[in-house]
Design a protein around this ligand. Structure first.
Ligand SMILES: *Cc1c(COP(=O)(O)O)cnc(C)c1O
Length: 442
């Protein structure tokens, strides 16, 4: 161990890998308006415009996007039977929804919002720089044989625990790029296989995610024909995710759900390196301001955002530094060290982090399937416990009191961001369910 954490109420839980809720002492109102931040609300707006410009090309490359004219959207699902199963029947739980990124088209996970965005923006920029796409020309030209032949001279590379690799690999191949995905040891075999079938080169590392990324970055730096999607630093990924917030705002609006000073909104976002949850939270802050409270969710052995933010350190603190193992079945969240960029942006904007045990992930996954036919992967199931922590945990109650929302909880809206699952092969999903059965019997 080579980092010490401050003696906050939940320190013992964190170090003993017990599920807990940590509140961020640096959480501040209006943090998004700070001039110190490297990005601002205008960047979220620009990302939305970029997505709209890319939409016709996306609809050309992916037939499944034709119905939405190239928009990559997920459903907002009201909790019904699952609400009872989770014990959220009481009025104190307000409205509870799932944001089903588990069923996002193209990549089957939240990564469709980040990886696809960055690859398509890169393609557009490259084409413009090389005279393949003039101002005002139809963007669908980038799906032509001529463009594909040009793109095939370039490689898009990425380091991944699995889903980012899927997203970047699928997006790159759809435009004709070569693609190399550096996988960590946590990567599930079916994800590796699926990528290889697409013609993606998969490099498997014996090491963890951080090391896989470092290797990938080194290879890319030495070769100008390799474009590296850098999960630890990328603003494009972050802003691609951020556009999800306006989609959520429209869906809440359609259902007549109001978010204001009397009706707070809670987001529960599974966190690996921090880009996806950070981007979504940032986008939400840009729209809902102080009326939205974003909480990250992490595995008890991989709470990299929790330990780093809790340390208050400028230098990144990893879960190994405090004696945790980074061992988890939730491969989407198996990250030992968070992104420095996300840490800077979220420092005063993150409400807190709660942690979940792997055994509970399998039970939740099974519950979501049997109660409401939601097919989730373990990482995605993590979000489901958010309302329980906010409503019943002592730190949740402290949060309510400090934010002066104790008497507003029955009008609050909770959004559980289920980040992946629909691409999990049937056999693998059955194995998840069997594992949950065994745990239940214990
Ligand atoms: C990637 C991923 C996350 C976390 O996203 P980060 O950007 O790594 O924080 C959560 N859940 C699933 C299913 C993922 O694939």
């Amino acid at each position: 161990m080579n980092a010490t954490l401050p003696a906050e109420p939940v320190l013992d839980d964190v170090l003993a890998a017990r599920p807990t809720l940590w509140l961020n002492p640096q959480y501040r109102p209006k943090a998004i308006e700070s001039a110190q931040l490297p990005i601002g609300p205008a960047d979220v707006q620009r990302a939305r415009v970029n997505w709209q410009r890319l939409a016709p090309l996306l609809a050309t490359c992916f037939p499944e996007l034709r119905a939405t004219h190239g928009e990559i959207r997920s459903e907002l699902v009201e909790l019904q039977q699952l609400r009872d199963a989770l014990g959220y029947r009481g009025r104190e739980f307000g409205n509870v929804f799932i944001k089903a990124d588990s069923h996002l088209p193209v990549a089957g996970s939240v990564k469709a919002r980040g990886g696809v965005y960055e690859v398509f923006l890169f393609a557009e920029g490259l084409a413009r720089d090389n005279g393949l796409l003039a101002e005002g020309e139809d963007i669908r030209k980038l799906a032509s044989e001529e463009a594909r032949a040009f793109f095939s001279r370039y490689t898009v590379a990425v380091g991944s625990t699995g889903n980012l690799g899927l997203s970047v690999g699928i997006a790159s191949r759809s435009l004709g790029f070569k693609s190399t995905v550096h996988m960590s040891s946590d990567a599930k075999p079916w994800k590796v296989e699926r990528l290889r079938k697409l013609g993606v080169e998969v490099v498997q590392h014996e090491a963890d995610y951080t090391t896989a990324v470092e290797n990938a970055r080194e290879v890319a730096d030495a070769d100008p024909t390799i474009y590296f999607v850098d999960d630890e630093q990328s603003r494009h990924l972050f802003l691609g995710y951020s556009a999800a917030a306006s989609e959520l705002a429209a869906q809440l609006n359609e259902r007549g759900i109001i978010v204001d000073g009397k009706r707070p909104l809670f987001l529960y976002l599974p966190c690996g390196i921090g880009g996806a949850p950070g981007g979504v939270a940032f986008g939400a802050k840009a729209i809902f301001g102080d009326n939205v409270h974003a909480f990250f969710v992490e595995p008890v052995q991989s709470p990299c955002a929790l330990v780093h933010m809790m340390s208050g350190s400028q230098k990144l603190v990893s879960v190994y530094d405090v004696g945790l193992t980074n061992k988890t079945e939730a491969d989407g969240m198996a990250v030992a060290r968070m992104s420095a960029f996300v840490a800077t942006v979220m420092r005063e904007m993150l409400a807190g982090v709660f942690t979940v045990a792997d055994d509970d992930l399998f039970k939740l996954l099974r519950m979501a399937w049997t109660a409401q036919h939601q097919k989730l992967e373990p990482s995605a199931a993590a979000a489901l416990l958010g309302p329980e922590f906010l409503v019943h945990h002592p730190e949740g109650k402290r949060f309510q009191s400090e934010q002066h929302i104790t008497d507003k909880m029955n009008r609050a809206t909770h959004v559980l961001w289920t980040t992946g699952g629909s691409f999990v092969p049937e056999e693998q999903f059955k194995a998840f369910l069997r594992q949950a059965e065994i745990l239940k019997a214990k």
